[in-house]
Write a protein that binds this ligand. Structure first.
Ligand code: GLA
Length: 355
């Protein structure tokens, strides 16, 4: 159902404004957006439909078709680890930015699976902030919206995420990738190889950014930064590595992932520009191995799904997103896609195709 139809059914009135905001898949450059690295995410054709009507009082009502209920909140409420926190935080920050002056009624319908590592939460936040900004008729730019959306996650929800998801969702063209420098926020929009499909399959293992695993990796990276005395983990020198000699193997492995993942992403960007799909695929697979062995954010079922994706003909495959569950992304020749997918899913009955 469209979000505007849901809005009319639930609230018995017309929304002021509606939009579609895409989810994202990260092709390569994982867990380095909070370490100043290069990342290469792309927007999806699946995403979130949002309809919104501003209110002059402080009430907020939020309906989502995923939960089939309306949450009634107030603009002064805090996050309560509920699904509605993302919408509530967006309205609170839209007020801080001067886009709204009070609460709102919101209806959300989605084609994006939740907890899949495809950024449904960032899509919701960016979507609401853009709707509120358009309503206010104040000038806004996509990068500022991305920064504000990150603040909602960091400050309101309490997730220490980086800027990758918000930037690609706010700034990219639909279905395109962006080569994003997370240190400067400079980016370039890239078209992906035409004969290939970036297939996304859910592993059947569910994850949440709020489950503590993500925070643990972020804290390990903060510890490395403290030891080497600067924030640029992705460009660590041999001297920096020497400083890590006396600490745990775990931290050395985390640092190695950041350095090698940053280089792989730079090489993947070059490969896309030269239309070298085999190189791109190889780098994606190497990225998975690094996430499995060095950054340790994979799970045995996901390793096996990646292994079989390649065994059945993908030029490369990897876990995508924060890890500990969620989706894999595999680069597959379009003409082989249907057979490849069928064979892979028959080997992995818990997995399902997303795109
Ligand atoms: C989550 C975070 C992002 C990024 C990825 C891992 O999606 O929201 O900022 O850190 O994990 O690459």
């Amino acid at each position: 159902m469209s979000s505007s139809l849901a809005f009319r059914n639930i609230y018995n009135s017309q929304p002021d404004i509606s939009s579609f905001t895409p989810g994202r898949v990260n092709l390569i450059g994982e867990h380095i957006d909070y370490n100043g690295g290069m990342v290469l995410p792309a927007t999806l054709e699946k995403g979130i439909f949002i309809s919104l009507k501003s209110r002059s009082d402080n009430r907020i009502r939020i309906y989502s078709d995923q939960f089939c209920r309306v949450e009634e909140l107030n603009i002064n409420d805090s996050a309560t680890s509920n699904w509605s926190d993302y919408a509530l935080g967006s309205i609170v920050f839209a007020n801080k930015a001067g886009f709204l002056n009070g609460g709102a009624d919101i209806a959300i319908t989605t084609t994006l699976p939740l907890g899949a590592g495809l950024s449904s939460s960032s899509a919701l936040i960016v979507g609401i902030l853009k709707l509120a900004a358009s309503l206010s008729k104040r000038p806004y730019d996509n990068i500022k919206i991305a920064i504000l959306a990150k603040r909602v996650e960091n400050e309101f929800i309490g997730i220490p995420c980086g800027i990758m998801d918000q930037m690609v969702i706010s700034c990219s063209d639909l279905g395109k990738a962006i080569a994003l420098d997370t240190k400067t926020l400079d980016f370039e929009i890239l078209t992906l190889p035409n004969a290939y499909h970036m297939a996304i399959l859910h592993s059947g293992e569910y994850r949440l950014n709020t489950d503590g695993n993500y925070r643990k990796r972020k804290e390990e990276c903060d510890k490395i930064k403290e030891i080497i005395g600067h924030n640029d983990i992705c460009n660590m020198s041999n001297n920096d590595f020497a400083l890590l000699n006396n600490i745990s193997t775990d931290l050395k492995q985390r640092a190695r992932h950041c350095v090698t993942e940053h280089q792989r992403t730079l090489n993947a960007i070059k490969a896309i520009k030269k239309d070298n799909v085999f190189k791109l695929g190889l780098l994606m697979t190497e990225s998975h191995i690094s996430m499995r062995d060095d950054f340790k954010v994979s799970l045995p079922n996901i390793d096996s799904l990646v292994h079989d994706a390649i065994d059945l003909g993908a030029v490369g495959a990897r876990l995508t997103g924060g890890g500990f569950g969620g989706c894999i992304v595999a680069c597959v020749l379009k003409e082989n896609l249907t057979t490849w997918r069928q064979k892979l899913l028959s080997r992995h009955p818990r997995a399902f195709s997303v795109i």
